[in-house]
Design a protein around this ligand. Structure first.
Ligand code: FAD
Ligand code: NAP
Length: 419
């Protein structure tokens, strides 16, 4: 019996390549019209907008066994990323195993495998499932009291900056999406206000003309995370300055405890007075937005760049050891129970790249091959122990954050231990 890989974004492609190399029979099912996941601009799963470029440089993002074209810029645009992912799928001859335009509607555990129902009405039994469905497709829309009479949309629906033309715009949220969209809006809107809650660290894309993240990779000796944070925060204070100097909230977390903002343009626009910082929203009333400091202002368009919820609409999430707001999985991959269920790509962490997803996929393939051997049984004991315990305190606000240095090292050890 085959395994089914759900999703053909970077994580699903990694799983397909790892299974193919390990000789594990599989097929991939993808709801969209092509592979690429988020990078299929305009696809129903994609939250990518026209101005999106990578925030991780191409060398740190690409799969290890297929470099991005040397003629591409250091931080390629979304369509260049999508072309690279297509080239990856062709290079490893994965397309013949991928069924496009087909969504998994439901899965249920049977005595001898997993019964899966698809959007085309078909259903089939599989030995196991690799869930690689992504976690940036289900908009997190805060409940804000009152009614707004202007245009209100979430960033998932945002594609091009022409929607801002001549408007009084309010952007909500200061993740990488909010920061990118503020920069887009500045060039088109009549005015741009930015409503913020927590603070974050800001990292420029380039240091001394080189991608800023490149220096964090390929180190023989890696400082422990707290020391790395202290050292690099000091460098950022000199190169960028404290966010508070631009009117932003002071971050309450250390640099490497969360994905930082990789964007210096937004700070420049704040410094130039093109953008006005506002407190979190209290309520709407017609065209007025009331903020938590008691101030109010009229807007034509409010754009919620408030992130995404982790969701698995086709499976009973208890099977994934759900602990709000995310499943509690050993290495972000393995649920308890040895049911042939695995998750790939469910992680956050600047620097992890698609090679990090490939290591997850290789760990799954190695576990399947070693499932009936002592090494497989040893990992299974670790999985059960971890899944019965509490979520690690450093898993971040979405519950899936990893430090890429430590995580990649751990996965490497797990894979080696299963050989
Ligand atoms: C604007 C933006 C910029 C980003 N920039 C970077 C960056 O610079 N560097 C970086 O490393 N990451 C970046 N990311 C994160 C990005 O999510 C990852 O690069 C990568 O796409 C994650 O791969 P994935 O395969 O886990 O998920 P996705 O890319 O989300 O792919 C999941 C796939 O599963 C499919 N699927 C879901 N449910 C089903 C179902 N029921 N049946 C069948 N198919 C299904 C979806 O259609 C989709 O194709 C960015 C994300 C966004 C939104
Ligand atoms: N160019 C790129 O490559 C690029 C661009 C965009 C996104 N990405 C990646 O895609 C992922 C998603 O990014 P994202 O920015 O969409 O989401 P995100 O990182 O989860 O950020 C969401 C933002 O919304 C705020 N927020 C959430 N709920 C709120 C509420 N109820 N009221 C007010 N504010 C609220 C959060 O504030 P708090 O901080 O207070 O929680 C945070 O600032 C990240 O991994 C990101 O790095 C990359």
């Amino acid at each position: 019996m085959k395994h089914l890989i759900i999703g053909a974004g970077p994580a699903g492609l990694a799983a397909a390549k790892a299974f193919k190399q390990a000789g594990i029979a599989f097929e991939v099912v993808e709801a969209q019209a092509d592979i690429g996941g988020q990078w299929l601009y305009g696809g129903p799963a994609s939250a990518v907008y026209a101005s999106t470029h990578l925030i991780s440089s191409k060398g740190t993002t690409a799969f290890a066994d297929l470099a991005m074209d040397e003629n591409l810029p250091a931080y390629p645009r979304h369509d260049q990323v999508q072309s690279y992912l297509r080239a990856f799928a062709r290079h490893f001859d994965l397309y013949p195993q991928i069924r496009l335009n087909t969504e998994v509607r439901s899965v249920s555990r049977q005595r001898d495998g997993w019964q899966v129902s698809f959007s085309d009405g078909s259903s089939a039994l599989y030995a196991g499932l690799v869930i690689a469905n992504g976690h940036l497709s289900d908009p997190n829309i805060p409940a804000i009291p009152g009614q707004f009479s202007g245009q209100l949309l979430h960033s998932k629906a945002y594609k091009t900056a022409d929607i801002f033309d001549g408007k009084r715009v309010l952007i909500v949220g200061a993740g990488n999406t909010g920061c990118d969209i503020v920069v887009d809006a500045v060039h088109r809107a009549k005015s741009v206000a930015w409503s913020l809650r927590g603070g974050n660290h800001f990292v420029p894309k380039f240091f001394a003309g080189r991608p800023a993240d490149a220096g964090n990779h390929n180190k023989r000796f890696v400082l422990p995370r707290p020391l790395r944070s202290l050292l690099h925060e000091a460098v950022l204070r000199i190169l960028v300055g404290p966010p508070e100097r631009f009117g932003l909230p002071k971050p309450k977390h250390r640099l490497y405890d969360r994905t930082p903002i990789v964007n210096s343009l937004v700070l420049q626009h704040l410094g130039q007075g093109d953008v006005h910082v506002r407190k979190p929203i209290e309520r709407f009333a017609g065209e007025l937005v009331f903020f938590q400091d008691g101030s109010a202002e009229a807007f034509d368009l409010v754009l919620l760049a408030t992130g995404y919820r982790i969701s698995f609409p086709f499976i009973d999430t208890a099977l994934l050891n759900w602990r709000e707001p995310a499943p509690h999985l050993h290495l972000n991959i393995f649920p308890p129970g040895d049911t042939g269920l695995y998750v790939c790509g469910l992680l956050e962490g600047a620097g992890i790249g698609w090679q990090g997803r490939m290591l997850q996929a290789e760990a799954i393939a190695a576990y399947i091959a070693a499932r009936d051997k002592p090494a497989g049984a040893a990992l299974r004991r670790q999985i059960e122990k971890f899944c019965a315990g509490p979520r690690p305190q450093d898993a971040g606000e979405h519950g899936i954050f990893v430090d890429f240095h430590a995580y990649r090292r751990r996965l490497g050890k797990v894979i080696a231990g299963l050989q």
